[in-house]
Design a protein around this ligand. Structure first.
Ligand code: ATP
Ligand code: MG
Length: 405
């Protein structure tokens, strides 16, 4: 894409009303726009990143054999009354329309997915299966100061699995755990992300969270120095040694919860009477699990942990473009290179603007595309273009054909 065609521009100043680094950088670089506290729109650059993360998560969910759908955002009140959460879930947004009808804006989808699958499940032959979607959730978060890490409207991937028995559930849950770790590896958070034991609420001893070490995190975890698995501070009083390997040498870190997986047992099957007939013809409750990832939160976390004083540093897998091509007064040659790179299938942002070189360099650092390619009089004299990785200082001159290869 030509930068002269990009309708957004970088801002000179960081926004004054933001405290979180992710929001400051993403707004300044033109990735997101703040509508109000905790509510952001995604601009073309930001939307590209969001879609890359979504793509990685989608591929992973499909390897679990899960089926993608799209559930509604506006939820009937009756469903939330049935589970008792209409009056107990403090983050629930309740909407009253002009005819005095009450509905809820979906903060999570158990109340929709269970009645939705119910007519399709009658016998053990209809199980197991799972469904997932990417959808904006609404939550009345009181602390909405963390940019896209804690939105009041935010994009989540949530998956719900349905099983005939405990063994079947556990087999799926273990696979999901591995697939989750793989996702965080792929988006560039692998080294900093720890499988974390957390309290499982009333129904099971533990749930599992995926926590990324970051100073801006709202959680505190204790990481086992032996195996790398962590325990959330909320349960550390009951669980003093590593539940994975028994290790007792733990280090404390602040962290961001980028995902979690939960054993729901029959918590939501019961109120909706989600049952099936087993091989003996006996009626049994369907067992469920739920599995969430905050897509926007992952994006914000990457910005928090991988940026430097000059701006964002995107991992290749989720960068909006792979190459940032900068023309320093050499648009004729740069146009040619841009065309060739595009023909070779590369994702290129081409800075063809008629502005000072210093501003182009500063914007490239702020925007954070993994490879910077400069076409200047000097580079052409030296035999090609200047290539630099965003996260490294070193530059080198390479031949134009070599670059395209
Ligand atoms: P938290 O404790 O941070 O509020 P949660 O336990 O309420 O999270 P879930 O309801 O299980 O989280 O949501 C699943 C995932 O969605 C979380 O792991 C997180 O990645 C993301 N998420 C939750 N709340 C938000 C939010 N307000 N803004 C952005 N992402 C969120
Ligand atoms: Mg929450």
């Amino acid at each position: 894409m030509r930068q002269t065609n990009l309708f957004t521009k970088t801002r000179k100043e960081t926004p004054k009303d933001e405290v979180a680094k992710n929001a400051k950088l993403l707004i300044q670089a033109g990735y997101i726009n703040k509508e109000m506290a905790g509510v952001y729109s995604f601009l073309p650059l930001g939307f590209l990143v969001l879609k890359k993360i979504e793509g990685i998560v989608r591929t992973a969910m499909n390897t679990l054999g899960s089926q993608e759908l799209l559930m509604a955002s506006l939820h009937p009140k009756e469903n939330w009354e049935k589970t008792g959460r209409w009056n107990t879930l403090d983050v629930l947004y309740k909407v009253t329309d002009s005819l005095e009808r009450e509905t809820a804006l979906g903060p999570t989808h158990e109340e929709i997915v269970v009645p939705l699958v119910k007519p399709f499940i009658s016998s053990y032959r209809d199980l197991p299966f799972s469904v997932y979607h990417f959808q904006n959730k609404f939550r009345m978060e009181v602390r909405a100061k963390s940019g896209i890490l804690r939105g009041r409207e935010f994009l989540m991937k949530d998956l719900y699995s349905f099983h005939p028995d405990k063994e079947d559930f556990e087999e799926f849950y273990e696979r999901a755990k591995k697939v989750y770790l793989d996702i965080f590896e792929k988006v560039g958070l692998g080294e900093l992300t720890h499988l974390t034991f957390a309290s499982g609420g009333t129904f099971s001893k533990f749930s599992h969270e995926f926590q990324t070490i970051s100073d801006t995190g709202e959680d505190v975890i204790y990481i086992c120095k032996k195996c790398g698995v962590a325990i959330n501070k909320e349960i550390i009083d009951e669980q003093k040694v590593c539940p994975e390997c028994g290790g007792s040498d733990l280090r404390e870190e602040k962290s961001v919860e980028v995902g979690n997986i939960f054993d729901l047992k029959t918590k939501f099957s019961k109120p909706f009477e989600l049952e099936y007939k087993d091989k003996q013809g006996e009626r049994k409750d369907v067992l469920m699990g739920c599995y969430g990832i905050g897509i926007g939160r992952v994006m914000g976390t990457v910005v928090e942990v991988l940026s430097d004083e000059k701006g964002i540093i995107w991992p290749e897998a989720i960068a909006p473009f792979q190459i940032h091509l900068l023309s320093l007064g050499q648009n004729e040659k740069a146009d040619e290179i841009y065309k060739k790179l595009k023909e070779a299938g590369k994702e290129v942002l081409y800075d063809d603007r008629d502005i000072k070189a210093g501003k182009k360099f500063a914007d490239a650092d702020l925007i954070g595309i993994p490879y910077r390619v400069v076409v200047s009089e000097k580079s052409l004299k030296d035999g090609g273009v200047e290539l630099k990785k965003r996260k490294e200082e070193e530059t080198k001159i390479i031949d134009i054909d070599e670059l395209i290869k």
